[in-house]
Design a protein around this ligand. Structure first.
Ligand SMILES: O=C(O)CCC(=O)C(=O)O
Ligand SMILES: [Fe+2]
Length: 379
């Protein structure tokens, strides 16, 4: 094994990424160090082959993973609350070197093992609430060089940035990076050797039991398996989902159908259909009716007429500035930052509903708003 005695000084290159703070230290580890650490990590890490469950269907995750860290930092992985494995000597050594380089401290590390060119990680942001609003993530790469792609989350005028991550490099993502950009590593057709990536993170307080049964319902088909969520608001959401008095309309990302959970009545099928050409379909897994997206406004009005109250759960774009399109809206659809508070207020004749309660909940990379609608006129 050869040691590089004359490594160049690590350099800190800041990437020109708008609304982000990303730095790359190309030679954080020497090639000699990488050689034995990579082999040791491949052999000694307790790798897990995870599965993603999306709508009841299982998909193997295209890489192996492992989670190490301080005890008591529960981590929710594909709906399973997981305890980290205790730090090994090697991981502690790497952690202290990384901490020194970026003047931050970390209490956990996620390892990803990309076995070959077919392994990948889908586009995602590491924006789980437990990481805090402006997390620093230090990402150490060993082995085959793979291309790390950044794509803007909202500002579509910005172009994707492709950054090759050399073996031994340390990538630091700080500040607003996770709020404004997604990242991922695509599969390639060119054969690739093994690569291990370690992301050091500072995880907030223990989450406790996760709300497993609701999770697959509103997580979108993101290959990003790791998802942590805000437990108190997700528990409230779970209670809302389980109650049987007030109907719930859940609008997920397009093109998935709406889910309508309606208190039991013999004629629900006919009532929901209301002479439409399409038919509601019963989803026995979620005990809810699947109905077309286009029925959103009509179904809310139907529910308010019959039950006078109705929960509406839909995507919430926290960063989307509330604008005239929202104030002058006539319908119930509102994804913007006001969570429906200003919605339709500028429209003469007023709204046909009031909002009684609002709840924002993070679920994986998505944010949802749950609003309780109450009818105020003959809807
Ligand atoms: O493998 C990498 O470089 C990225 C891993 C990553 O984004 C993650 O674990 O969140
Ligand atoms: Fe990530």
């Amino acid at each position: 094994m050869s040691l590089d005695l004359f490594q160049p000084e690590p350099s800190l290159d800041r990437l020109p990424l708008e609304g982000a703070d990303v730095q790359l230290i190309p030679n954080f580890l020497s090639s000699g160090e990488v050689e034995y650490i990579l082999q040791e990590l491949i052999e000694k890490t307790h790798w897990r082959a995870e599965e993603l469950v999306v709508w009841g269907k299982r998909y193997p995750q295209p890489r192996l993973v492992a989670w190490y860290g301080d005890s008591g930092r529960t981590y929710t992985y594909s709906g399973i609350a997981m305890q980290p494995l205790p730090w090994t000597h090697r991981l502690l050594e790497l952690r202290s070197r990384v901490e020194e380089a970026c003047a931050e401290s970390f209490n956990s590390v996620l390892l990803n093992y990309y076995r070959n060119e077919r392994d990948s990680i889908g586009m995602h942001s590491d924006d789980e609430p437990e990481l805090g609003p402006r997390p620093t993530i230090a990402s150490l790469s060993l082995g085959e060089q793979r291309v790390f792609t950044f794509k803007p989350r909202r500002n579509q005028t910005l172009r994707p940035v492709h950054l090759p991550l050399p073996s031994g490099s340390l990538l630091l993502m700080k500040g607003e990076t996770q709020q404004n950009w997604k990242h991922g590593i695509a599969k390639t057709t060119r054969p690739m050797g093994p690569r291990i990536n370690l992301t050091f993170r500072q995880i907030g307080l223990t989450l406790g039991q996760s709300s497993k049964d609701l999770r697959p319902l509103i997580s979108n088909v993101s290959p990003q398996a790791r998802s942590m969520h805000n437990e108190s608001s997700s528990d409230t959401l779970l209670k809302i989902w389980r109650q049987k008095e007030i109907p719930i309309i859940l609008r997920r990302a397009n093109p998935q159908p709406l889910l309508a959970k309606i208190p039991f009545a013999q004629n629900n099928f006919e009532w929901l259909r209301d002479d439409q050409r399409n038919k509601p379909e019963w989803n026995s897994q979620y005990k809810a009716w699947q109905i077309p997206q286009a029925w959103f406004e009509r179904t809310i009005r139907l529910c308010l007429r019959r039950y006078s109250k109705c929960y509406v759960i839909q995507l919430h774009r926290e960063q989307q500035v509330c604008a005239p399109a929202c104030w002058n809206a006539q319908g119930a659809d509102c994804e913007c930052s006001c969570m429906g508070e200003n919605h339709g207020t500028g429209h003469p004749g007023g709204r046909w509903y009031e909002i009684d309660e609002t709840l924002a909940v993070s679920w994986g990379v998505q944010k949802y708003a749950c609003r309780l609608f109450r009818s105020i006129s003959s809807a």
